[in-house]
Design a binder for this molecule. Structure first.
Ligand SMILES: Nc1nc2c(c(=O)[nH]1)N[C@H]1C(S)=C(S)[C@@H](COP(=O)(O)O)O[C@H]1N2
Ligand SMILES: [Mo]
Length: 351
């Protein structure tokens, strides 16, 4: 069922996935909120036609359906949220899992507006014994030989947290088709797979949800025989905005000597960012942090670098308030999840 990891050149299938599911161009790190068209994308199957109604059912007292217009009339919240694909960094591991070949660009931040999920669950009235809430997208396909609609669940306690949203707007505009129009779940702090797009149904369950995307995919494993541990909160991570100008094909950076401000962003789903270091040819020094753009949004950072002529390697490394620090090299994972090894960049300084 599971595809075998591979080494060597990227396949036609990986190129096709990478064209459908683009990453955020790293120059977009200059923006605290990623413009919608530059926000990374991960779509497993096809973009479905926009569902007209969202149904709430399962173990509830008063099942109901709601239209996007009715939802927009309810009290809302807006939150800046950094989403990262659990597979971000997969393409840097070897052997690598045949899937979306992210290098490091599967992360972005948007302002999401919607109704707290909790409001809808309270309107439906949960029966005694509910353990999980499951979320179904309108998109169907086959993975590992199993046909299913993309679906995920949250524990009841998590689903009742006020910051889990049923969102209808991204950066102040209606959700675009590729980001889940008209309604999607937004689960701040968690890897992107939890934020189900094209939401059609929310079901209260007395048993743990057993959908493929919940119990088989999105687990850290070293070996296909392992049950693994679920991917949940986003691991501490950071990126740099590439300085200077790029070489078209290699993307290597070229710049002039002198003092350069290196800037970037750092995030963690576990705790606030407390430190970022800039590495120049293996020598680390502290960067300055900007004020965070919100509890669930990345933190900007900057550091001055005295660029001297020659070839250099730049790197950045973040630490969060829970003491989590990025590893120099990401941990190998069978399916390529959770690689938060430091971001490195080749830079040529031309005298
Ligand atoms: N219905 C549905 N929801 C989905 C997905 C999907 O394929 N179908 N992909 C998930 C994954 S793996 C990620 S990383 C995020 C990406 O959200 P974005 O495309 O808006 O950036 O959506 C999640 N929600
Ligand atoms: Mo993802």
């Amino acid at each position: 069922m599971r595809r075998a990891p591979m080494v060597g050149r990227f396949t036609r299938e990986e190129v096709a996935l990478a064209s459908r599911n683009h990453g955020m161009p790293l120059e977009a790190l200059r923006e605290a909120l990623t413009p919608a068209g530059l926000h990374y994308l991960l779509i497993h199957f096809d973009i479905p036609p926009p569902p007209q109604r969202l149904e709430l059912g399962g173990r509830v007292e008063r099942p109901f359906g709601i239209t996007p217009d009715e939802l927009r009339a309810m009290p809302s919240r807006s939150l800046a949220v950094t989403l990262e694909c659990a597979g971000n960094g997969r393409a840097q591991l070897s052997p690598r899992y045949p899937s979306m070949p992210w290098l490091e660009e599967g992360v972005s931040t948007a302002q999401w507006t919607g109704v707290p999920l909790r409001t809808l669950l309270e309107k439906a009235g949960l029966q005694a014994g509910v353990r999980e809430i499951a979320f179904f997208g309108a998109d169907r396909g086959i993975d590992g030989g199993v046909e299913h609609a993309f679906a995920r669940s949250l524990s009841l306690a998590h689903a009742m947290e006020e910051d889990v949203l049923v969102a209808y707007a991204m950066n102040g505009s209606p959700l675009p088709p590729q980001h889940g129009a008209p309604l999607r779940l937004v689960v701040p702090g968690w890897y992107g797979m939890a934020s189900v797009k094209w939401l059609v149904s929310i079901q209260a369950l007395a048993e743990p949800f057993d959908g493929l995307q919940q119990v088989r995919s999105y687990h850290f494993r070293k070996d296909a025989a392992e049950a693994g541990t679920p991917c949940t909160r986003i691991r501490v991570n950071s990126l740099m905005q590439p300085p200077g100008i790029p070489d078209f094909y290699s993307r290597n950076r070229v710049l002039a000597p002198g003092t350069v401000q290196i800037t970037g962003r750092a995030w963690s789903g576990e705790a606030p960012i407390v430190a970022v270091e800039l590495g120049v040819d293996g020598q680390w020094s502290p960067a300055q942090l900007d004020a965070p753009a919100g509890r669930y949004a990345w933190t900007g950072w900057h550091a001055a670098w005295d660029a001297v002529a020659g070839e250099h390697e730049l790197a950045c490394r973040a630490t969060d308030a829970a003491g989590n620090r990025q590893p120099l090299e990401g941990d190998w994972d069978l399916t390529g999840f959770g690689n938060h090894g430091v971001h490195r960049m080749r830079v040529t300084v031309r005298g």
